[in-house]
Design a protein around this ligand. Structure first.
Ligand code: SF4
Ligand code: SF4
Length: 82
């Protein structure tokens, strides 16, 4: 079970991909289609991601639109950082 989870505010995200390159575990990918006329792609966690909740992606995001949730050993959310 992944130890972390990432929530992205897509109202702010510009799809730059910096977070994807920042993740040391390759958990994120540009696979979410935007709803605007430009059909841009936005990042999301991959289906079998191994997110550790390290927060590196969040720190790299220039728009501070990522929230990282850490989970305890039972999978419950026990800490949130953004
Ligand atoms: S770094 Fe931030 S703005 Fe850029 S794609 Fe990731 S979440 Fe979106
Ligand atoms: S919190 Fe860490 S492991 Fe999870 S997606 Fe972000 S950089 Fe990757």
């Amino acid at each position: 079970m992944a130890k972390g989870e990432v929530i992205i505010d897509y109202q702010i995200c510009m799809g730059c991909g910096i977070c994807i390159n920042a993740c040391p575990f390759s958990c994120l990918d540009l696979t979410r289609y935007g709803t605007d006329a430009y059909k841009r792609l936005f990042p999301e966690l991959e289906p079998d991601h191994g997110c550790t909740g390290c927060g590196i992606c969040s720190k790299a995001c220039p728009l501070e639109c990522m929230t990282v949730i850490k989970k305890d050993k039972d999978g419950k959310k026990d800490a949130v950082s953004s």
